[in-house]
Ligand binder design. Sequence first.
Ligand SMILES: *Cc1c(COP(=O)(O)O)cnc(C)c1O
Length: 464
Amino acid sequence: MLHKKDDIRGELLDEVFASTELSVSLPKYRMPPNEHLASHAHQLVIDELMLDGNSRQNLATFCQTWLEPEVRAIMAETLDKNMIDKDEYPQTAELEARCVHILADLWNSPEAANTLGTSTTGSSEAAMLGGMALLWNWRARRREAGKPTDKPNLITGPVQVCWHKFARYWDVELREIPMEGDRYIMNADEVIARVDENTIGVVPTLGVTFTGQYEPVHAVNEALDALQEETGLDIPIHVDGASGGFIAPFTVPELVWDFRLPRVKSINASGHKFGLAPLGVGWIVWRDAAELPEELIFDVNYLGGNMPTFALNFSRPGGQIVAQYYNFVRLGREGYRKVHMSCHDTAMYLAEQISQLGHFEIINDGGAESGIPAVSWKLKEGVEHPFNLFDLGDRLRTRGWQVPAYTMPKNREDLPVQRILVRQGFDRDAASLLMDDYRAAIAHFDAHPIVNSMTEEEAGTFHH
Ligand SMILES: *Cc1c(COP(=O)(O)O)cnc(C)c1O
């Protein structure tokens, strides 16, 4: 075909950026009076999002930011499925049930146990449900014993904000074990020192937000056994396995933290973190149906059929659950192990490279034994630094990297740290590109030392 310039021009009826609609700005906080062409509105909205960060370079988040094309296809194919509507979408409900059983099995639920669980929007909702079950069970035990139920408390290490929410929303005293010196997680002694008859449970975290470390569930379980022998107090454990629940079973199967420990009554995990599902799915599993108080379950009959529900939400997309099931089938245990071990390897490579820069001391090297594939570090003492961690984070932003810098919680607020989450989709090559930018940033500060460093507030960073 000959290139007929004039004919082609004649067919371009309305080139998007030449349209009159895109040559004016839209009111931002009012609805426009009239409709717009779909292609124009789409261009406009998508272009606004150019200013968002590139999620793959966001090393702060624990959430999945790379997804297989097949997962994207599943999400498009399931856009209309409402997971609450189990009568209309019984097969989606079936996949959800299978996921619960797969997780119960992965977390070594005893063969005979009558496990029960549900999907949620994420670990936050799952934590809320787990906390409620602990609270309701404790109240029932207290009432039966004729004792007051007005002063419940919950014991945790330094926790993710969802447990602060749980405590405030349900009026439970949070006994959060503060950090102490170089101890950034709970230990058994600190737990026992806080237990009393009003303790509804202990929540160790598998993959603490601030450092990525695993809390010692097994040691806490043993200490609580000894306590029961001594005092009669029978304290249950809920494990916040938001990240670690989907990692440890594959990378350190010998680590005993799950339903192998009789005190572990329930576990939550985020499907959209190391479960490798797209954003919007979490899980909670109880070791036995008896651990979930019946009063918390509602029966709903108005969607056709009769269905029990225990959740804070009602309508919710079903696609993430289907994608979770796809991942289980697609990867199997060995696939998950490979994905997560490669993240651990990359994390350890980063830890080594970062410590070679001379300015930093590693807190957690991201190896499989100590925690999730997260590297965390602080500035080395006794060395001059022409920058602080907030300056460094800010400088790395010029290359699109988001490496969070933040001060530690209670008792170590004096300590700023940096942390990198290595997830599927952040490979060794990306890590070496990041290290090039680290070296360039430090060379820049060597040449132009910061005389007036940034504060945490000015840096305006946040972490999950
Ligand atoms: C991310 C996280 C949560 C909250 O999970 P969401 O899925 O984001 O709601 C809770 N606890 C820990 C330890 C986490 O890492």
